[in-house]
Write a protein that binds this ligand. Structure first.
Ligand code: SIN
Length: 520
């Protein structure tokens, strides 16, 4: 099947849906796809802490300084300035005024701002600890009102480029440009040749490449892998941010314990009962994430324990009762047999956010013509070597608006004639039946390799070993991919091995320990 639209957006988190809203309102024909069966299976939906927003009296300079300090001055200064200038006000204009999103209020009916690590001010808007799902729902409702088509169960396979796919050999000699994407309909097995004048990748992060993560299983970095195969520039791929506090529990996995608990007073102690953060930073529990994650990792090693404890029960002084302020965390822990109002929470660090990605400019344009990337899959350089808490939702929001404006203001159609030379997806002549056991074994191997050798603390020897192991898995996975009956799982696995290799190569080439890339 062949389809033609103006803009194809892949991903339904804050970045994808915001771009879709702006583009649709600008009169463009947009389609949004997600590989998942439900629109809300996004990293956005799982965000707890909040979103940086404008607050009376906050100084733009202070926000800039906080971002640069957390990012170890490795940041793109232009991106930081743009973010601090336009971002915080956009939250009020877009979410509060336009989408009518509700945020938590104080008893005087004012917006309640919370604090997170490495912020010099309380400037994070939130809805209790449900910020992500509230924003996700607001965006979905608004997009539904605009009748934006969202195709669930549609997995992007590969970007279509003139250089790679055209049967017209003259296209090989032209500048490379993206002309659309091959997309698998998960339910029918058909592959759609989707022609689009512009493609926006908003596919989110890749935490699932690691054994321990706060991300959902869908976070396999599909956009980066596709962009890489198409020839786009990728940068800062060594910078994987580990969140210091994920729940340590036998049954409950991938559950974030928001940094805003520490913003509201919670303190870390080890299994001997010692509050250890002052050994590691004068900012103690509110030091930047990379510092806290490494401190916990070290302390676990020193005490021989598999977790440390986060104590909110003894320190919370907020106006809103603890059970209500952190209702999601309270409820989830209670279901796991732990009352956070009485006992400290066992936690471990876990892969959380990808600070690198597809290199983009201040309008979200990648190095390939017609290809944009926004949100976690992209690298604007805003985060430098380590991201400041609660900046990612806002980065996704702002760059979605900037990309949509750039597209609508400079919109040019690809000559229809050229699409005729793009063939449909070619299937292998003989297909091999898919064995879920092999697939799950390959996933485990990747996740363990990444956790052990490209994790919180890296060594040259470990990275070398990771390269060798990933190389071996790559051969196996690629040959399997070539003959397997195509489905979402095998597409994700191929993307994962490509991304793991990109990360390990980047880590190997950067011998400087900085931010969340730490080499011993
Ligand atoms: C958190 O609530 O700790 C996560 C916020 C973020 O990653 O920015």
């Amino acid at each position: 099947m062949r389809k033609k639209i103006d803009v194809l957006i892949i991903g339904t988190g804050i970045a994808g849906l915001t771009a879709a809203i702006y583009l649709k309102e600008a009169g463009l024909d947009v389609v949004v796809t997600t590989k998942e069966s439900s629109i809300e299976e996004t990293n956005t939906n799982y965000a707890q802490g909040g979103i940086i927003a404008w607050k009376e009296g906050d100084k733009r300079d202070n926000l800039e300084q906080d971002i640069l300090k957390a990012g170890c001055n490795y940041n793109n200064l232009e991106a930081v300035k743009l973010f601090a200038m336009e971002g915080p006000q956009l939250v009020l204009d877009f979410f509060i005024d336009k989408l009518k999103t509700q945020f938590t209020q104080t008893s005087e009916g004012k917006l309640d701002y919370t604090e997170e690590a490495a912020h010099s001010d309380r400037r994070v808007l939130h809805f209790a600890d449900h910020t992500g799902d509230v924003l996700q729902k607001s965006l979905q409702d608004y997009a539904a009102g605009l009748q934006i088509p969202i195709l669930t169960n549609h997995t992007a396979i590969d970007l279509i480029t003139n250089n790679h796919h055209s049967d017209d050999c003259q296209e090989f000699y032209k500048q490379r440009e993206v002309m659309g994407c091959y997309v698998l309909d998960n339910l029918t097995g058909d592959v759609i040749t989707f022609f689009a004048d512009k493609v926006i990748l908003a596919t989110g992060g890749l935490g699932n490449l690691y054994q321990h993560t706060t991300n959902p299983a869908s976070a396999t970095g599909d956009g980066m892998s596709m962009a890489y195969r198409a020839g786009a520039d990728i940068i800062n791929a060594e910078f994987i941010q580990f969140h210091p506090t994920a729940l340590y529990h036998r049954e409950i996995k991938r559950f974030l314990i928001s940094e805003s608990l520490r913003g509201e007073g919670a303190k870390l102690r080890d299994s001997t009962g010692r509050y250890f953060m002052e050994d590691y930073s004068p900012m103690k529990d509110l030091a930047p994430r990379d510092v806290v994650a490494r401190a916990i990792y070290n302390q676990m090693g020193k005490t021989g324990s598999e977790y440390v404890l986060l104590d909110i029960a003894s320190f919370y002084k907020g106006e809103i009762p603890l059970k209500k302020r952190f209702s999601k965390i309270y409820q989830t822990c209670l279901e796991g047999g732990l009352d956070i109002t009485k006992k400290p929470i066992p936690i471990v660090p876990a892969a959380h956010y990808f600070c690198g990605g597809i290199k983009v400019d201040l309008a979200g344009r990648s190095s390939l013509k017609n290809l944009y990337a926004i949100g976690e899959v992209s690298c604007t350089g805003l985060h430098g070597a380590n991201r400041l808490a609660s900046s990612s939702l806002l980065e996704g929001l702002l760059w979605a608006k900037l990309a949509a404006e750039d597209i609508s203001q400079n919109f040019e159609k690809i000559e229809q004639q050229r699409n005729k030379f793009i063939p449909d997806w070619k299937r292998p002549n003989e297909v091999e039946e898919f064995d879920p056991l092999l697939l799950s074994q390959d996933w485990k191997a990747i996740q363990l390799t990444m956790w052990n050798y490209a994790g919180i603390i890296r060594t040259n020897k470990g990275l070398e070993r990771a390269r060798a192991d990933l190389n071996y898995y790559s051969h196996r996975i690629f040959s399997f991919y070539k003959t397997a009956r195509l489905n979402k799982d095998i597409i994700e696995l191929r993307n994962a091995i490509v991304n793991a290799t990109i990360i390990v190569n980047a880590a190997t080439h950067n011998s400087q320990s900085i931010g969340c890339h730490f080499v011993k």
